[in-house]
Design a protein around this ligand. Structure first.
Ligand code: M6R
Length: 606
């Protein structure tokens, strides 16, 4: 979603800003823009990709100060006029903004009545006009006073033509990080655009304002109160990923899963003790034993991983566990029990809904631990404790390797919880062994993925596709349907197989493709009955099943076998054919699989 870069230093600003925007492209956006210091400020914006902005910005003036933005439309269409930066009427104040200004209608009306002529449909444009209204020569005071009128979320960077020596930065609910280099300072919404310059950073907190100069940064509260500077060194893998010879990031990331699952397991499985160790949880066996319920919170793919994890926790540790969609959970005045452990699951660590849910739990005195991929992300820092997935950068908008790593991390936690309860040593050793062997099983399937092409032929022109699964395979069915919608735009939905007869069966007709996820587990026989119900309506079955299960294979038009694995770990392999199915369907239909329409990698607005 929207990305911010600001630079003040000794180098030409434009290449730094454009490179920063390129590094934020993975977040998803629809237009981009840049403003450079000048008399008046120099502005270029473009609809489309950063490469379009590069063309538009060919004749830029020399400047060592500037701000830039990638926009994901919320208020107003995808047009050049709506792209950021936005300027005041005299083109002497420029603002880039992430977040949403909730009282923009009232502010626009008020500013219009005072004679301001708006040039865009955005909420953001109120900011430069408001700052102008309060500007009496002191840029920091003007921003502070302008923000006192704002309700909503923001991360902003403000550039003043009259003050070439500084940028003013402020945050409320939308992340900003300031990188402090030698004679140069870089501001961005994501460390990804900072690390190539410096790893010394200051993360702004909510309701903080920073004055950024070539010499560094000074932070204060929005009320002007001084704030101690906390300069951190960021570690973590921020290299811009390359496709390693694959035609798309999505395919590369699917094939990376044997490695990413292995990285997630490394040093965490204790085979002899039939135990797992997640140091970042900082929990003793006594702490673990005190947990009476678990709530996994996430969105999209992370929510699906949370469902699979919650099922494993209930099955093996016998602790009541459930998954919650973050955007629903946070707004329904949730009950936060003192004996509950909340887990915030997120690949990016920046998802606004998940962050909001965490804050709601924390406000009610609850304990939330992160299950996060991006090191140092807002969710990781807000939780303070948790487990990193170590998947490496996930670039494709459709999440793939993060899902298998999230499930893996939750299974490690399951084993820890289960062993502090009733799980015996031999049974713990079996679970540890199943986890340790998962990367080979993932590799085994990917080396021979079966007739995915034939499955694509069944679904590519379908008006409707139904995904079915029971137990651990239901979150997998949901995830398969989400992937197919996201990257191929094929209408589909997922249901628990036993629920089909209560409604969706009415959608089945001759030739309707139905994807059945039926590994060899306790639910298999019931799932076979559901497959027969599908078959009786003339629908075509694409079956994901355990290798050698001839009965399931015989019911399918296309059969996609996966290696045998313990039921609780089955999502790690059954999801793989569904990821490939979505990818190949997207390619067959000519979609932009790495950057599907309307989607953003990091969903930083509610
Ligand atoms: O970064 P997060 O895991 O918090 O993101 C959550 C969802 O936005 C994300 O999983 C989304 O559904 C993906 N595009 C799924 O492929």
């Amino acid at each position: 979603m929207c990305g911010i870069v600001g630079y003040i230093g000794v180098k030409p600003a434009l290449p730094v800003l454009l490179e920063g925007l390129r590094r934020l492209e993975y977040r998803g956006y629809d237009s981009a823009g840049v403003a450079l210091l000048g008399e008046p400020l120099w502005l270029r914006r473009a609809v489309g990709r950063v490469s379009d902005l590069v063309q538009a910005a060919r004749e830029a003036p020399e400047a060592t100060v500037g701000i830039a933005h990638t926009r994901w439309a919320t208020h107003g269409g995808v047009t050049e006029a709506n792209a950021h930066p936005h300027l005041d009427a005299a083109s002497r104040i420029a603002v880039v903004h992430n977040g949403i200004i909730e009282n923009m209608t009232a502010l626009r009306a008020q500013l219009t009545s005072e004679g301001v002529a708006f040039r865009s449909e955005t909420d953001t444009e109120v900011l430069p006009h408001l700052v102008r209204r309060h500007y009496e020569g002191d840029p920091v005071d003007a921003v502070q006073r302008a923000l006192a009128h704002i309700r909503g979320t923001y991360g902003i960077v403000v550039l003043f033509a009259d003050h070439p020596e500084l940028l003013v930065v402020a945050r409320n609910g939308s992340p900003l990080v300031v990188g402090v280099g030698e004679g140069e300072t870089v501001v961005a919404s994501d460390p990804q655009a900072v690390v190539q310059h410096t790893r010394r950073v200051v993360y702004l907190q909510d309701r903080e304002l920073a004055v950024v100069t070539r010499a560094g940064v000074e932070v204060r509260g929005l009320d002007g109160a001084p704030v101690d500077l906390n300069v951190e060194l960021i570690d973590g893998d921020y290299d811009v990923a390359n496709r390693e010879g694959f035609p798309h990031f999505m395919l590369k990331e699917i094939h990376e899963q044997p490695r990413s699952v292995r990285r997630c397991l490394r040093g965490r499985v204790q085979s002899e003790d039939g135990m797992a160790k997640l140091g970042g949880f900082q929990m003793t066996p006594r702490d673990l034993a005190a947990i009476q319920r678990i709530v996994c919170i996430g969105c999209g793919t992370s929510y699906h991983a949370g469902m699979a994890g919650a099922m494993a926790i209930e099955a093996l540790a016998r602790i009541p566990a459930r998954a919650e969609i973050a955007s629903e959970f946070r707004h329904r005045h949730p009950i936060v029990m003192r004996d509950a452990l909340f887990l915030a699951i997120s690949q990016s660590g920046e998802t606004a809904d998940t962050l909001g849910a965490i804050q709601e739990v924390q406000l009610k005195g609850g304990e939330v631990l992160g299950v996060v991929n991006v090191v140092g992300s807002t969710i990781a820092r807000t939780c303070g404790r948790g487990v990193y997935l170590h998947s490496g950068p996930e670039v494709a908008v459709a999440s793939t390797k993060a899902f298998t790593s999230q499930v893996t991390a939750l299974l490690l936690l399951t084993l820890m919880l289960a062993r502090t309860r009733d799980l015996s040593l031999p049974r713990g050793q079996e679970v540890a062994e199943a986890l340790a062997s998962a990367p080979e099983k993932v590799a085994h399937y990917l080396a021979n993925p079966g007739p995915v092409d034939a499955a694509v032929e069944l679904i590519r022109d379908a008006r409707y596709v139904l995904f079915l699964g029971r137990g651990f395979s239901f979150p997998v069915a949901l995830e398969g349907a989400l992937k197919l919608k996201e990257v191929a735009y094929v209408p589909c939905e997922a249901y628990p197989a036993g629920e089909m007869k209560h409604g969706p069966i009415a959608m089945l007709e001759q030739g309707t493709p139905v994807v059945c996820v039926v590994p060899q587990d306790a639910q298999r026989d019931k799932a076979i009955s559901n497959m027969r119900e599908v078959q009786a309506r003339g629908a075509h079955i694409i079956a994901v099943h355990t290798e050698g299960d001839d009965e399931v294979a015989s019911l399918a038009t296309v059969s996609l076998p996966v290696p045998p694995i313990a039921d609780f770990a089955s999502p790690l392999v059954t999801v793989l054919p569904l990821q490939l199915l979505a990818y190949q369907a997207g390619i067959a239909l000519g979609r932009d699989v790495d950057k599907p329409r309307n989607l953003a990698k990091s969903v930083t607005v509610e």
